[in-house]
Design a protein around this ligand. Structure first.
Ligand SMILES: C[S@@+](CC[C@H](N)C(=O)[O-])C[C@H]1O[C@@H](n2cnc3c(N)ncnc32)[C@H](O)[C@@H]1O
Length: 481
């Protein structure tokens, strides 16, 4: 089997003029995330990712205008020219395909936090071969960044490495101005196209990293950069193409200069764990002395697993073996033991950097935790005992109890957050009682005094037992001031 040959890519710039006609066609057909879910089923994305078109073709055989548009822009299959015209798709957006026509680009509807956006991106599935300059649709990494982005209303937002423009469009909903940059001119053209399809204004600029915004300040910066660490720069959308994890290090070093005083940057990153080095310390060392940072480590992959995952992602066909060996040799030469993936958040500050290992499933939107993290850093230290803590509203206590002669005996109690990073952790009966009293009106020290009395402990003994737990609960956001 030979590697699939990348197809010729469309020119998104040439589609811009007729974007309003396509927008009108979509509106007339009732195009929306909900309508597409109803038509294609909620598993449509999984079918598309696996190249399984049959279930989707069966669901779109009725010939309605929405079905024709879905075949063109979601499935990427051929339709009859007359059908395409009847659906209102302009000639400029069509290419000959078999006995009919296909759409020049794909459209993807994304819903995040109640905001719906439509992005345009290149056609081509992994099985057809990924082009080095391919502009991809919205994938798992895109959604990871969207989930981590604070959605507070701000003035100026920068989306660095904008691709299809998805982050820029989501940010447009809560920003006065959005600047979207990318090194790939095809990506900035797609971002303009996506903006036109959403009827919004974005300032899309082409250039390397922060070059296009030299000297400019932002309230919010989001970036899903090409963070993948490896020997070659094969794909612009994916490969850092600099030595090791240097691209992410450089971004962390340079981004603070582009933030206003209380501005926040959130980016995805990979960082290396190298033999005889502390990988956590490595990423934490990227943050300068005038920056506060939060590292949310989501995964730690062995080199073999990392390389396999990324080679599968671009479906390298028969080149798999050759590329796998070259990539692993490259890691071995650099004594790489593992590659970490996570979200890095930073603000101007005073060099306080904290790393959390967060392997658990998290909420689809947890950007408010980024704000809460920096608020904790900034708030004057009152001391744990002097603060009237409040248990966050979404925290639940799960109990496992065994029946005894005296009734139910609680064997284990687990606190679980329903939102945010969905931390969970065990507490004993005393801890649970104490937390039940944390309603934001009573100081922890007063609650602890009552608890110590009922447990027959001195206040000092009770504090010694409870304070380390409370500290963790504050850090993980169970308790808020
Ligand atoms: C992983 S994609 C992210 C796309 C989109 N923001 C998302 O979240 O789905 C990375 C993007 O960074 C762009 N890029 C690659 N190298 C870059 C560089 N040196 N400077 C700016 N952008 C770059 C790529 O062209 C690609 O569009």
């Amino acid at each position: 089997m030979t590697a699939p040959v990348p197809r010729r890519l469309p020119d998104p710039e040439s589609l811009l003029a007729d974007a309003p006609l396509v927008w009108a066609a979509l509106q007339t057909a009732g195009w929306s995330a909900a309508a597409l879910d109803e038509l294609l089923g909620t598993t449509a994305r999984t079918h598309l990712d696996r190249d399984e078109l049959a279930p989707l073709l069966r669901r779109t055989q009725g010939g309605s205008v929405l079905e024709v548009l879905a075949r063109l822009f979601v499935l990427g299959t051929e339709v009859d020219l007359k059908q395409a015209h009847a659906a209102g798709v302009p000639e400029s957006w069509l290419v000959p395909d078999g006995f009919g026509v296909a759409a020049a680009v794909r459209l993807q509807t994304v819903v995040h936090g109640g905001v719906e956006v439509l992005v345009a991106h290149d056609p081509g599935r992994a099985a057809d071969g990924v082009h080095p300059e391919q502009v991809l649709g919205v994938g798992a990494a895109s959604l990871t960044l969207a989930a981590a982005t604070p959605r507070r209303t701000v003035g100026r937002t920068l989306d660095l490495g904008t691709g299809s423009g998805v982050q820029a469009l989501l940010a447009e909903d809560h920003s006065s101005t959005v600047v979207a940059t990318d090194a790939n001119p095809r990506a900035t053209a797609y971002t303009r196209l996506s903006a036109a399809l959403n009827g919004v204004q974005l300032d899309a600029r082409t250039g390397d990293l922060l070059e296009p915004v030299r000297g400019e300040l932002f309230d919010l910066v989001v970036s899903n950069p090409p963070f993948v660490v490896g020997p070659a720069a094969r794909y612009t959308y994916r490969d850092a193409g600099r030595d090791g994890d240097d691209l992410c290090r450089r971004l962390v070093a340079e981004l603070p200069r582009h933030l206003v005083e209380d501005g926040t940057a959130v980016l995805l990153a990979n960082w290396l764990h190298v033999e005889d080095e502390d990988g956590d310390a490595r990423v934490c060392s990227w943050f300068g002395p005038d920056v506060d940072g939060w590292v949310v480590q989501r995964e730690l992959a062995a080199p073999e697993d990392y390389v396999t995952a990324w080679l599968r992602d671009s479906d390298e066909g028969s080149r798999f073996d050759e590329l796998y060996d070259a990539w692993l040799d490259w890691f071995a030469l650099r004594r790489v033991e593992a590659v970490a993936f996570g979200v890095l958040a930073l603000r101007r500050g005073s060099g306080r950097v904290h790393l959390d290992d967060v392997p658990q499933p998290v909420a689809a939107a947890w950007g408010e935790q980024v704000e809460a993290f920096f608020a904790r850093q900034a708030s004057p230290e009152q001391g744990l005992l002097a603060t009237p803590w409040r248990l966050r509203d979404d925290v639940r206590l799960h109990q496992v109890a065994r029946r005894t002669e005296d009734g139910w005996y609680a064997e284990a109690q687990v606190l679980q957050q329903e939102r945010g990073l969905r931390w969970s952790g065990g507490v004993d009966v005393y801890g649970a009682t104490l937390l039940a009293g944390c309603d934001g009106t009573r100081r922890l020290g007063d609650l602890l005094a009552v608890l110590a009395g009922s447990a027959g402990l001195s206040e000092a003994e009770a504090a010694e037992q409870v304070l380390p737990v409370v500290e963790r609960l504050v850090q993980q956001g169970f308790l808020v001031p």
